[in-house]
Design a protein around this ligand. Structure first.
Ligand code: VNL
Length: 203
């Protein structure tokens, strides 16, 4: 369960209200660990009970109050320990590949629709990740800038480069998915009209 580690990573920069955290989560670490607000708020409360965070009521606007969360030393220790610990890989559970394995059940056009949806989704994600790389490289990412403000100068380069490295990996993965789905489109055509494709292969 890594949601709490993603939250700890953000709160290691500064204390935040649940609202601020949820908002910043979505535009930073949420790109690699997606979580809806409905998971973030209860997790914050659990982490507070578990001693990873403290909660403090702070005023918000003219009359309102909000809970501000602050990482504890124990929270930092938990994050550091997690960073040192090996990952437990989980075996594939991928509905796209499950479907791909049985495309003979549907008409070619329905099969093509699946491949096109795959291409569209991964192209959209790739473009978002490319934008993030642009922000990280140009120094315009708010979360990263806040982090750098509390990070010793000597650690700035690796703080930046590992994030770029992360998104470059995701871009490469998205491109592989797009290429695969394009091969799928071609395969569907070849299998749907074997005579035509044999002819065009001889031209
Ligand atoms: C941070 C900033 C993380 C921007 C990000 O994704 C990001 C950060 C992991 O400083 O925590 O896109």
């Amino acid at each position: 369960m890594s949601l709490r580690h993603a939250i700890l990573a953000l709160l290691s920069v500064e204390p935040m209200t649940g609202y601020d955290l949820a908002k910043r989560f979505g535009s930073s670490v949420g790109f690699v660990w997606h979580a809806p607000d409905s998971q973030i708020y209860p997790e914050l409360r659990k982490m507070e009970k578990g001693g990873l965070l403290t909660a403090e009521e702070v005023s918000w606007g003219p009359r309102g109050k909000k809970t501000q969360y602050r990482i504890t030393e124990e929270g930092r220790d938990v994050f550091r320990e997690w960073m040192y610990s090996p990952l437990e890989y989980s075996r594939e559970r991928d509905p796209v590949h499950l479907k791909a394995a049985y495309l003979e059940w549907v008409e070619p056009e329905a099969a093509r629709d699946h491949m096109r949806a795959h291409i569209d989704y991964h192209a959209m994600r790739r473009d978002q990740w490319l934008l993030m790389i642009g922000e990280l490289k140009s120094g315009t990412n708010e979360m990263l800038n806040k982090r750098l403000a509390v990070t010793p100068k000597a650690d700035h380069q690796r703080t930046i480069e590992y994030k770029i490295f992360t998104y470059e990996g995701l871009v490469a993965r998205a491109e592989t998915e797009i290429e695969w789905a394009k091969r799928g489109l071609k395969l569907i055509d070849d299998l749907a009209e074997p005579e035509k494709s044999t002819q065009s292969g001889q031209e």
